[in-house]
Design a protein around this ligand. Sequence first.
Ligand SMILES: O=C(O)C1=C[C@@H](OP(=O)(O)O)[C@@H](O)[C@H](O)C1
Ligand SMILES: C=C(OP(=O)(O)O)C(=O)O
Length: 429
Amino acid sequence: MQATITASRVSGRARAPPSKSYTHRALLAAGYADGAVVRHPLVSADTRATARAVDLFGGETERRDGDWDVSGFGGRPGVPDDVIDCANSGTTMRLVTASAALADGTTVLTGDSSLRSRPHGPLLDALSGLGGTARSTRENGQAPLVVDGPIDGGTVSMPGDVSSQFVTALLLAGAVTEDGIEIDLTTELKSAPYVDITLDVLDAFGVDASETTAGYRVPGGQTYDPEGGEYAVPGDFSSASYLLSAGALAAEDGEAVVVEGMHPSAQGDAAIVDVLERMGADIDWDTESGVITVRQSELSGVEVGVADTPDLLPTIAVLGAAADGTTHITDAEHVRYKETDRVAAMAESLSKLGASVEEERDELVVHGGDSELSGASVDGRGDHRLVMALSVAGLVADGETTIAGSEHVDVSFPDFFEVLSGLGASADG
Ligand SMILES: O=C(O)C1=C[C@@H](OP(=O)(O)O)[C@@H](O)[C@H](O)C1
Ligand SMILES: C=C(OP(=O)(O)O)C(=O)O
């Protein structure tokens, strides 16, 4: 499918979808538990992949009245009676691979072509070091993956600069091993707030895990047991970043874009509020009510490190292209390991829209204000975040912008185009 965006102004109230990261973890944690009701979950292609894995491990996930009702698989996962298809979801593949290593038998995992090109080597090595065997069928660290368990736990050394999801995966699984898991990180941890989200969910499910001087540890022999048998998912700040940026760039004069459901949580991507403020946006976050209000302002370029917030890179790149002056997005190398290489993809797409962009290995430099953005045909490269960020660019690009592959918003924000149109944008996805 192709989205068509015409330069337009926006205003009004909207709600960002529930957090993808919290939903994945809550579904799997509910699987490890006797079960739980996951309230207000994100129902999207990625979280459906995790629900499928919980089912294949012997749990049962059922959607009821907007909640996800999960019957657990009782501590240790069973051996799946089919291959686990993780579709486009890196989070599913990493978290489920470590869970599979608890099963007494063999699990096979695969995904779409994007996921089959992403790195999993450090997690496979870690699981093999813990007494299981975990390998890539092509011996290149990429899926399809074959995992044999069970592991008993122990200590592993692992790099932290490829994906924090390896740490998350080991913490979730480690709690039900006999010996627990101690993770010593050999390189700096990127995307660290996502491990905070994991610790937050583990805590809510009564599981103890903590940061150490060298990394993280989770004691074994624990039981997942959520208070009251339920867990409520907060709103998603990565998804909200598109709506807030639409407001900062294109809110109608005298009007605002108001995004609801934005209560504070462990999400690092809440930093989008700070980034917009530093760029000069008129933005206000009422943390009590979870309401963020943003009005259109002239923005200026800034320097932003995305070590902790890789998913904000496409959004910030678009803001930089529409701002005055230069925006440096630094510490970005790990953003190349996502659904597509987002550093290269944003450089290419924004250049097509008329921006002047320089790409370094771990940095994107966007020179805004040199020329007006003008509508063009760009490719979302099968990546939901490219599609959504480029749609926001389309609001302020002269004329018409078309984006190929708009259906991929289904991964994290299925009704993105309806919400954007509801704010008055001329956006047909
Ligand atoms: O654990 C998670 O929920 C996520 C962690 C991050 O990935 P990395 O840790 O691979 O950077 C992030 O980019 C992804 O969208 C979601
Ligand atoms: C990278 C992302 O997710 P995942 O790693 O789960 O595919 C994302 O949502 O931007």
